[in-house]
Design a protein around this ligand. Sequence first.
Ligand SMILES: Nc1ncnc2c1ncn2[C@@H]1O[C@H](COP(=O)(O)OP(=O)(O)OP(=O)(O)O)[C@@H](O)[C@H]1O
Ligand SMILES: [Mg+2]
Length: 764
Amino acid sequence: MAENIMVDSHVWVEDPDVAWIDGVVVDIKGDQATVKTNDDREVIANLLKLYIKDDEAPSEGVEDMTRLSYLHEPAVLENLATRYGLNEIYTYTGNILIAVNPFQGLPHLYDAEVMEKYKEASFKELSPHVFAIGGIAYREMINEGRNKCILVSGESGSGKTETTKVLMRYLAYFGGHTAGEGRTVENQVLESNPVLEAFGNAKTVKNNNSSRFGKFVEIQFDDIGRISGAAIRTYLLERSRVCQVSDPERNYHCFYLLCAAPPEDVERFKLGDPKSFRYLNQSSCFELDGVNDAEEYLATRKAMDVVGISEQEQDAIFRVVAAILHLGNIEFCKGEDADSSSLKDEQSKFHLQMTSELLMCDSHSLEDALCKRIMVTPEEVIKRSLDPLGAAVSRDGLAKTIYSRLFDWLVNKINISIGQDSNSRRLIGVLDIYGFESFKANSFEQFCINYTNEKLQQHFNQHVFKMEQGEYEKEEIDWSYVEFVDNQEVVDLIEKADKKKETVHEREVELSNQVEEAVDMSCVLHSEPSDDAETGDEHYPKIFIRADSGLDKSFVMPSEQSGDEEIEHERQTKHSILTEDGTEKSIVLESEKPYNNFSVVSHITNPIRDTEVESLTAEVEMLKALLVVEKQRADISERKCAEARELGERRRKRLEETERRVYQLQDSLNRLLYSMSDQFSQLKSILRSPSMSSPMATVPVVRDDLADSSENSEASSSDSDFTFPAPSTSSADNSNLQVIVQDLSTTEAKGTENDKERGFEDYF
Ligand SMILES: Nc1ncnc2c1ncn2[C@@H]1O[C@H](COP(=O)(O)OP(=O)(O)OP(=O)(O)O)[C@@H](O)[C@H]1O
Ligand SMILES: [Mg+2]
């Protein structure tokens, strides 16, 4: 933005602390300008990186940013900041609403009076508000009879879930039933939020109530615009959190709520201080500011009542939650046999007992399931002991599976309870996914979350910028191109990974199968080196592959802000990676190139530890046994294949033989027809000759077996070798010929193949 900038221009210049600071240009030399900032500093900056400041912008900001004289980043941020300072957290950009998180309750923004006001007003008639978005979606749905979707997007902690809840409340108000109609659909939809949040939200570094799953709520309306049903779809719950929590984050809220439950529940489930449970005490954060877990527990149960989860089902749900906590406390030590494991101590026995009681299963079977691996082959079931490390992995795997199944069950239960309106022809969908996050070490799940956000951003770019500007171009409208950061390359980086090399998914699968071979593992996310990449564009994720035993977290993406030093640090630190059980893993991640094409290679360098050698040896033995079984199966398959081939060959020969006979039959038939027509000609000429006018000559010529049916025959013969009536143009002659043809077809239809063939042969 170098145009129009001269000495004395009022401009925005980048600042490391406050993003943008305004000042006046005091000098320009070449493409460098000296700016005197409003805090009396002199900053030298490239002219291209300066942006004109609009001195005439209203001091209270503008409600719609399309009204800004200069639409660039500092102007947009300045406008949002100005309005935020006046407690105006909502601003439009055309039809898009931007919400700035107030991080404080603003009840006056959402009370019934405001709702009523917005209900009556048309879009943009009143100041920007999320109610206006809900209102226009509802009205357009009704008026145009079209389904609508509201997409709430933003980074983690930006307020998506809160905004979604406000939206849903407003839609319930708009399309709700009158008071006193009992447990209404809209109440159930609204109360599903606290239930899902208790089981699917957790405290993260960025957000005390971070959604760890994606959610799409489909609110269905009847013909008169009242809510008649709803469906909740959830996506990709972060499973790894159940057994792995980093400081200062927390596990899912429900664990802490249950520990703070009334004493009788705590006693019933043999719970207590969250600090005593391994799945919770990996982090030092147990409580949340301003949140009383005991009250939240009761509130959650109340919400469950509204949603339609019975008392008995609620008990069962919390029993499973308690079981997972006990399960996490089961520890293992080396067993009597090599590579086997057993319960470490009395405490572990107690927790195993509690887990099995709560899950209502046999404790010996549970112990067996944890300490042994069962492999089912078509021929047999192979049971193999696991070492303590393997048993711990198995324990955590079970915990994650139980938890995610519980979550899915809950969602399903809520959906059944709310009920869907199969007759509904109109709906409004609200999408609230987990927001973009970038930490020093990001899990594979985080990678998926970020990828989802990139895709949504791309969708947004596509609709707001690309398609719109494409239309302008098509219509040859004179407009000034709006610059935007296109994330297409980021999306391509992930979606168009070099097929010849391993894809992210394949890597994940491989790692999750724990095939960590002591060879180079080229794990590559590849993109064409671009100028941006070379200049270290911060928008590119730098992706590392991490092989840890958790395996739900196999990818490391250093933070976007990583400078080269930090990357170098990553390279060093990845030499020792903490595994889930706290031991160091001997994997090194090292960049092949300095990250500009994102090719990453991982090596195993350090010697493998004894336990791992033992475990690998056992693994090899197991694989050998499997190989023998596979070989036997392959032999059987080969034999069956040879038999099938032989059978096929026999059938082919029979088919050829049949074909040959059919040709012969056809040939005979042709010859017969030929001879028939010849004989007909002869007969005709005989009939035309004068000697045939004697009464003797009128004796019909009929084959014995057709004599009865030849009432209309005018010509017949006592000569049995010559049985066919001559072709004639007269209808009487034609009917005789039909009789014969019918006879043949009757034989054909009734007889078997052989009979038919025999019939033909006899006939000829
Ligand atoms: N409109 C609002 N009014 C008051 N507080 C808000 C509002 N929006 C957000 N907050 C505050 O910000 C916190 C984080 O918001 P929210 O959980 O909605 O973020 P999010 O975008 O859904 O994050 P994540 O992607 O991690 O799920 C809320 O717990 C709440 O304290
Ligand atoms: Mg959220």
